[in-house]
Design a protein around this ligand. Structure first.
Ligand code: HDE
Length: 700
């Protein structure tokens, strides 16, 4: 028999009630906790408010109604001004490499040391209810609950940022968010104010190249890399320091959707990334990342052709290699979205001994901003007491009171030094956090260093380090975005910057816009760009792993499907670590040729092919003939072809491909025996079939 937990009051006996509104069909088991008000008063009726007469007015006296509605009225807290749309999970970080030579941080010191984490991924521009798949940078924020306090690594999925100085951040965000008079566009950079700001802010151009690349159309939050962006410092037990940049690397590799796929996904499943992360963790397919460090000293920093304090610059790993020091596994979904994902408060100023800041002026501004924003978002200075924000190590100090104080600190002493509470908390000069004692000099002035003046070289480096298809995608994205810009002068300035970055890029964008590249007036850079040696590590295609693990293949089945082929396909896909989903014309499923029922996971109407990584169509002749008559079925395969996916088919399925005008290439595979299934799985594992781009029915 279920019993109420300690502190809960049991319903005295099962009840079933009939009221004017009809019978209440609710099962009430014995011993379940009684529903109470927030004051602990047991509620007798949670269906009807208190009224003066059966058809009379509701009475103000109904304190239960008022408490419930008042609480509801205040359920929302201000959403984050940026990164409002996010999804998160719990997990752990495991140190795989002893880093004590360069940091005294305990969570990095010893191989095998495990530290709990909570990680939140986000888009930047859209509101909390916006879709998951717009073109946007993704936030990648990790809270490490270390034995020495919380360390928040609040990064993004690209390694650089738009601006060099924190004072420009409100302008950048105002420019990218929906325009304030009209309230649109939501979650989109393709509008005048964003490009106006960019066109007047050449320091943003390197990040613009990343923002227009495939990185900002992730297939899954499990398939993005993360970057700390800024240069930080690591400090060892002897007080020696070096610079560091943090890198998260997805085990599944960076994978992207095509632009058209992302657009379709926004309509088909606006929670695509949130659902994908949740479901993967729920089925035990835990996403993981390695943590890598680029550690370098002042002499190396001085030797680089750019300033390591400039957050619009990266250090190619060809120049400073990345050492893997740990891995993060996300293995538990939040128990409550609001309490955890919404209320988690990340602050780059949450640091532990062994890590220190650099003078990056963007980072310095962030150290103020995040603490400040929590005060209004979470309503006061005690946000660290919420369960998701609390350190997992003991914490004691003499801070008191304030909004939402949840603790009851006893005693008369709330100050230090004191002699009246010798057992109270005291500072620890040696083991506590000590900022590095570094000499700073120079005039007090609003100055941008000369070493920050080169805005084009790394934009060019990034573009030229990519493969031709990746370059084409950047040009297509730029053309799309410029096509949405109404103000000609803004467009012209943007094209002027592209002319400086790379003539080939300009030509490609101009061709897509139907503009003469020769008419473009190049921007006048403050510093002429240099040709840096290409860095192939910047290409996401170069790091592709060709695995199907963690992905989803869908098979569209029609009546008369050969059950043996379907089973072989299921086995092949599962053996590759992926999931096979069966889509049928109706949720009721279909019948195989041998008469056996084939259950469906989804009906065609609810499962467009954009939701899946690869597809197959299987069915007998009459079943396929019926499918051929449905526009949704033709769209299903046509979209898979356009989105560069592997497509498997049997003879029946081939008829649907033909009816839909789908072409054939190495990734369109006839399915029958085991070898053909292996061929299909290999084609699906290869990811997007970029060689198909430009074929009829695809985007060039
Ligand atoms: Fe943020 N940023 N940011 N940002 N940022 C916020 O903090 C801000 C920057 C990043 O999942 C806000 O708690 C300033 C760079 C992530 O909760 C806010 C500047 C990078 C998240 C804020 C930057 C980031 C935020 C909004 C320039 C990558 C989501 C709500 C000086 C290295 C964290 C909040 C989460 C969130 C300010 C620039 C990443 C307003 C002033 C660079 C991942 O405080």
């Amino acid at each position: 028999m279920p019993s109420a937990r300690p502190g809960q009051r049991a319903v005295p006996s099962p009840v079933s009630r009939t009221g004017a509104g009809g019978e209440l069909h609710q099962q009430v088991a014995e011993g379940v906790p009684a529903l109470t008000s927030n004051q602990g008063v047991v509620v007798a009726d949670n269906q009807n408010s208190l009224r003066g007469g059966q058809r009379g007015p509701t009475l103000l006296e109904d304190f239960l109604l008022r408490e419930k509605i008042t609480h509801f009225d205040h359920e929302r807290i201000p959403e984050r001004v940026v990164h409002a749309r996010g999804s998160a999970a719990h997990g752990y970080f495991e140190c795989t490499h002893d880093c004590s030579a360069f940091t005294r941080a305990a969570f990095l010191a010893k191989r095998g040391k495990k530290t709990p984490v909570f990680t939140r991924f986000s888009t930047v521009a859209g509101g909390a209810g916006s879709a998951d798949t717009p073109r946007d940078v993704r936030g990648f924020a990790v809270k490490f609950y270390t034995d020495e306090g919380n360390f928040d690594l609040v990064g993004n999925n690209v390694p650089v940022f738009f601006i060099q100085d924190a004072i420009k951040f409100p302008d950048l965000i105002h420019a990218v968010k929906m325009e304030p008079d009209r309230g649109f566009p939501q979650a989109a950079s393709a509008h005048d104010t964003f490009w106006d700001f960019i066109s007047l802010t050449p320091e943003s151009l390197h990040m613009v190249m990343w923002a227009m690349s495939d990185r900002t159309l992730p297939r899954s939050l499990r398939m993005i890399d993360g970057f700390g962006v800024h240069t930080f410092r690591l400090v060892n037990a002897a007080g020696e320091w070096q610079f560091v940049k943090f890198h998260w690397r997805s085990t599944l590799g960076v994978q992207s959707t095509t632009w058209d796929e992302a657009v379709q996904l926004a309509g088909a499943d606006s929670d695509y990334h949130r659902r994908d992360l949740w479901q993967a963790i729920d089925r035990g397919d835990f996403p993981s990342w390695t943590l890598g460090l680029q550690v370098f000293d002042q002499a190396t920093a001085d030797s680089l052709p750019f300033d390591v304090l400039d957050p619009t610059k990266l250090i190619p790993e060809e120049l400073v290699p990345i050492q893997t020091v740990g891995r993060m596994v996300l293995d538990r979904n939040p128990a409550n979205f609001f309490a955890e994902t919404e209320q988690v408060a990340f602050c780059p100023s949450h640091l532990v001994p062994g890590i220190d800041f650099s003078n990056d002026p963007l980072l310095q501004g962030r150290l103020f901003s995040y603490l400040d924003t929590q005060l209004s978002r979470l309503g006061g200075p005690n946000f660290h007491q919420r369960p998701i924000n609390q350190p997992r190590c003991p914490f004691h100090n003499l801070q008191r009171d304030g909004q939402h104080q949840m603790q009851v600190p006893g005693g008369r002493v709330a100050y230090e030094p004191n002699s009246l509470a010798p057992e109270g908390p005291r500072e620890s000069p040696r083991s506590g956090f000590n900022s590095l004692a570094l000499a700073e000099e120079g005039p007090k002035a609003r100055l941008r260093p000369e070493s920050f003046a080169d805005h084009y070289s790394q934009a060019r480096l990034f573009y030229r380090s990519l493969t031709p298809p990746e370059q084409g995608h950047i040009a297509a994205a730029l053309a799309f975005e410029q096509g949405k810009v109404d103000t000609a002068a803004v467009r012209e300035r943007v094209l002027g910057h592209l002319a400086v970055i790379d003539a080939g890029l300009l030509a490609d964008v101009c061709q897509r816009l139907g503009v003469a590249a020769a008419d473009v007036v190049p921007a006048r850079p403050a510093m002429p760009p240099q040709d840096l040696p290409p860095a192939p590590s910047l290409s996401q295609l170069a790091s592709r792993q060709g695995e199907l693990a963690g992905r989803e293949v869908a098979v569209l089945v029609a009546d008369g499907v050969d059950a043996a082929v379907l089973n072989r396909l299921r086995l092949g896909v599962q053996r590759a670590g992926a999931k096979l989903t069966v889509v049928a014309p109706l949720l009721a499923g279909v019948h195989a040729a041998d008469g056996s029922p084939v259950a469906a996971d989804h009906a065609l109407a609810g499962a467009p092919s954009c939701l899946f990584d690869a597809v197959a169509v299987l069915g007998g002749e009459p079943g396929i003939a019926a499918l051929c008559g449905k526009p949704a079925a033709a769209d299903w395969v046509r979209a898979a072809w356009r989105h560069l996916k592997a497509i498997g088919h049997d003879d029946g399925g081939h008829a649907l491909l033909q009816a839909a005008g789908v072409g054939s290439d190495g990734a369109v595979v006839a399915l029958s025996g085991k070898a053909s299934v292996e061929q299909f799985v290999a084609a699906a594992a290869a990811g997007k079939h970029l060689a198909r781009e430009g074929a009829p029915g695809t985007d060039a």
